[in-house]
Design a protein around this ligand. Sequence first.
Ligand code: BGP
Length: 472
Amino acid sequence: MNTFPADFLWGGAVAANQCEGAYNEDGKGLSVQDVLPKGLKGARTETPTPDNLKLEGIDFYHRYKEDIKLFAEMGFKVFRTSIAWSRIFPEGDEEQPNEKGLQFYDNVFDQCLKYGIQPLVTISHYETPLGLAKKYDGWRSRKLIGCFERYCRTIFTRYGSKVKYWLTFNEINSLLHAPFMSGGIMTPAEELSEEDLYQAMHHELVASALAVKLGHELMPGAKIGCMILGITTYPLTPDPDDIIATMLKDRETMIFADIHARGKYPSYLKQYFKDHHIQIQMEPGDEEMLKHTVDFISFSYYSSNCATVHTELGVSTGGNLSRGYKNPYLKASEWGWQIDPKGLRYTLNKLYDRYQLPLFIVENGLGAVDQLVTLENGEKTVVDDYRIDYLRQHLLQVREAIHDGVEVMGYTSWGCIDVVSASTAEMKKRYGYIYVDRNDDGSGTLERYRKKSFGWYQRVIKTNGASLDEEV
Ligand code: BGP
C-alpha cells in the first residue's frame, strides 16, 4: 500500500561548506570549516591549508546550474542546502552584507525554482564565521545572537519570496559534542565546563526562536523548523537500569526538540542544572522569546545505538557524534555506523507521539566507497546496489510510519551529489546519486556521473514511492 501523501517533498540535501568550494571568492570570509582540514576528527589549523578538500568542495559554486539540472532530472521537489553565513557577512559582525554573496544564493534559488524545486535552507550548518569564533569564542558569547539576527533579517528580506522552508541550526544538539565545528567555540573542548556548553546552547536556542519570530513576521506563510541530530538509543538489555540509562541518554537529544517545540526548558533539565550547580545566565525577555516555537521538526537519521550500565557487555560503536554501544542485531556501514531502517520508523513515531508536529527527514543515507565503471556503451557509472538497498529499506519504514499516522512532510537524502564528508573530510565516503570525480588527494576532473541509484530514485519520486515495492 502506498501511503506517501501527494504533496510529499522528495529531494536531497547538501551543505554549503561541503560542496561549494570557492572558499575565498567574491568576498567570502573564512568559516570554522575552512580551518578543519581533516574534519571533526582532526586538529584545526591557524589558516586554510592546501590539503583541505572542503576549500574546493565539489565546485558547486561554479557548477550549480548543471547540478540543479541533474536534481531536476531526478524529479526533486525540494533541495536542501545551507547559506554560508560568511559569504553574506564575511567576519560575521559587519553592519552591511556582501552583495556578491547574496547574489550567489539568488542565482541558486532561481535555478531551483525554474525547475519547480523548492529550496529548503539551513541558516547555519556548521559554518559559523571564523571571525565570530576568534573574536567572541563563538556561541559562548551572547553577542552572536545580535549578529545572527542581522544575518537572518538580511536573508529573510532578500529571499523571502523564493524560499518557503527554513531550518535554523543544523543538528543543534551537536553543540554539546563538537563545540568548535557546531558552535564556533575556540576554547578547547576539554577546558569547557558543562555550564559553558549549556550557556552556549541557551544562546543558540534564543537565536533559533528569534529566527522563527522574525521569519514569521517578514515572510508570512514561511515554515521554519529546527534540526536535530537524531540519536536513537535502545537499551542493550532489559535491565531496568539500562532503561533508565537509555532515557537519560535520550534526553541529551530531546532537550533541544523539547525547547523548540514546547517553548520552554523542560523540568528534567532544570533539575539537572540544580543538581550539577549549573547556572545559566538568562536575560529578561529570553523566556518570552523561547515561546516562538517551530512549525515542524526536522532531523538527520543514519543509525542507532545502545545504552547500558553493563559496560563490560558493551562494545562501543561509531556514528556521527553519537556515542553508544553496538546492537548485536544490526550490521554497520564501512565507517562503523549501524544500519537500522526500523529505527527510523521508531524515531518518527516517538517524535510525533511527543510533539504532534509535522516531521521532515532532512538527512539519511549510506556513506560508502564507490567504484566508477565504464559500461559497454562507454557510459561511466557506479553500480551502487548497496546504497539503493539502504535507501529503499529506510523509505519503506518511512511509509510504515506514515501508515502509523505520523505526519511526514518530506525526505531529503544526505549528499544527493557526492560531497566532502563532515566528520572525516574524506571524498571517498560518498552518499550521492551523482558521482563526482574527485579524490581524497584532491585529484580528479570534477566531472559528474549518474550512478545506478540516480535512475532508481527518479522512479521512486515519479511513482510517489509506489516503486519501493519492487525488489532491486
Ligand atoms: C551530519 C551532518 C552533515 C553530513 C552527515 C554525514 O552529521 O549534518 O553535514 O556530512 O552528517 O556525515 P559525514 O559527512 O561525516 O559522513
